[in-house]
Design a protein around this ligand. Sequence first.
Ligand SMILES: Cc1cc2nc3c(=O)[nH]c(=O)nc-3n(C[C@H](O)[C@H](O)[C@H](O)COP(=O)(O)O)c2cc1C
Length: 305
Amino acid sequence: MTTPDISIKLAGIPMKNPVMVASGTFGYGPEYAPLVDLAKLGALVVKGISPEPWRGNPTPRTVEVASGLINAIGLQNPGAEGFLRDYLPFLRKFDVPVIVNIWGRTIEGYAAVAARLSQAEGIAALELNVSCPNIKEGSKSFGSNADMFKRVVAATRAVTKLPLIPKLAPDVFRIGEFARIAEAEGADALAITNSVPAMAIDIETRRPKLANVTGGLSGPAIRPIAVRLVWEAAKAVKIPIIGIGGIYSAADALEFFIAGASAVAVGTANFLEPTTALTVADGLRDYLARHKLGSIHELVGTLAC
Ligand SMILES: Cc1cc2nc3c(=O)[nH]c(=O)nc-3n(C[C@H](O)[C@H](O)[C@H](O)COP(=O)(O)O)c2cc1C
């Protein structure tokens, strides 16, 4: 049998394989370039960019817990101009789609950063991080309120022709509703999901382990949650889904494909083994060969139940 084909076209973007690296776990590229051949990644999603530079939260910002990591980095980043000046020229040297994760503190902020990045050459798509508070509207997160979510997707869609990939938050009651809103507002794909709100306490001092008190849980602990969210969303929409949450191996990634994802992204695992995305891609090929499947498409959404 010929080698199975794991190349995909997602939201119009050709990718050599369906395994990306997730925002915030792979820096902006240069940090990992000495360790991983960037051109072998399906796509590289950079850490969230806002209109202006942002300092993030005080330390400690991360804490390890059972089967995962809680982080409260607070979206530190160099801002749109800093990214375009200091990182995009480096990334352009590699034959890999660059997806820029964006966020704002207001709907206008999202539109501003999307519009600015859309003027640049070398960005394949924008991923919308909606797991951050709207400072104009009671600090509720954009991704947990259907009306605010609809407005932020619409406002961003209005200013860019780049493929738009809203990243759905895990802490919503009905993910299918958010998936449908994104699709109706012109999203090209969905990323599911972000880290799960969480906290950890030092019982001797009775103090929170993170300076920010709460943070986002990622890693294997959240994988079953993410798989369920992907499955629910895939039933609700036709646009492709990128499955994210605790993927450390090909076996982990395969659950997402079977649940309905067309691609996956590796996050926290990059901190332990920066080449995880590449070994996951190799493992997908082996699985397809073993199951006599010619392409990854033949596997997507094939859950038997
Ligand atoms: C340290 C850290 C920073 C992150 N920063 C971002 C970010 O800037 N934007 C974003 O949308 N998601 C961010 N994430 C979430 C990841 O992209 C991913 O959705 C989440 O960690 C779940 O996947 P994982 O369990 O494989 O890590 C971050 C995660 C971690 C651990």
